[in-house]
Design a protein around this ligand. Structure first.
Ligand SMILES: Cc1ncc(COP(=O)(O)O)c(C=O)c1O
Length: 233
């Protein structure tokens, strides 16, 4: 009897093996592993798919969250509100940057951030909100953005578990999860909604100045372009 896996990564790979093998061997042949042309073309495809101006690839979803908070220039002690139903990474990076995590409750039916709880948690020290879109569903971004704008607070959307989900505003307009607040982050951990072969992550923003900052932080403060092929030493 065959055990049914919750996430069958081998089964998924077997279905598309020839194209995956060809792509991987192409990268091996060029040795352009980091910031190479394949990453660039994925970045452009993802920008078009999400309808966002900038996608900045990075090492994983945890780094993406950390880089997003770093780009906002927050000060130690600033409060960052996030949902109490998330993976540890969301809260880890808040602590790592010596910011103060404020965990708030989620909605019973979606497990996404509860807007009423958010309203109650705002203080003069609140500098960022991280809604965590979970189980392929987008949080109530209309309510969250309204509170953020009223109080001049940055919004970083953690889309590690909901990339590709859409949010419909009350005026009928539709946007992709992760592309509504100031910055969106995601993870390409193999078991995620969009998984890769190894670790991977990305940041999204429509703000060019923030995109510049994110690119610089991802690349050790440098704004270097794509590495030349086989020409690094
Ligand atoms: C909601 C959420 N945020 C962040 C992360 C961190 O992503 P990564 O494992 O790529 O660092 C994860 C994944 O585990 C996650 O589920």
């Amino acid at each position: 009897m065959k055990t049914i896996q919750m996430v069958d990564l081998v089964g998924q790979y077997e279905k598309i093996k020839p194209s995956v093998d060809e792509a991987i061997m192409g990268v091996m042949g060029s040795a352009a592993f980091i910031k190479g042309p394949e990453v660039k073309s994925f970045q452009e495809e993802l920008q078009a798919y999400l309808g966002v101006r900038h996608v900045v690839p990075c090492a994983n979803g945890t780094d993406a969250l950390q880089i997003a908070l770093m780009a906002l220039g927050l000060e130690p002690g600033d409060e960052v509100i996030t949902s109490n139903f998330t993976f540890a990474a969301t809260v880890e990076v808040i602590g790592l940057l010596r910011l103060t995590p404020v965990l708030i409750d989620v909605e019973r039916d979606t497990f996404n951030m509860d807007v009423a709880a958010l309203k109650k948690a705002i203080t003069p020290n609140t500098k960022a909100i991280i809604p965590v879109h979970i189980f392929g569903q987008c949080s109530n971004m209309e309510g969250i953005m309204e509170i953020a704008k009223e109080n001049n607070i940055a919004v970083v959307e953690d889309t590690a578990q909901a990339i590709g989900s859409k949010y419909t505003f009350s005026d009928g307009s539709v946007k992709s999860a992760g592309c509504i607040g100031d910055i969106g982050t995601t993870s390409f951990f193999p078991s995620k909604n969009l998984g890769c072969f190894g670790d991977g992550g990305a940041l999204f923003t429509n703000d060019s100045e923030l995109a510049n900052r994110l690119e610089a932080i991802v690349n050790h403060g440098m704004k270097a372009a794509v590495l030349p092929r086989r020409n690094w030493c």
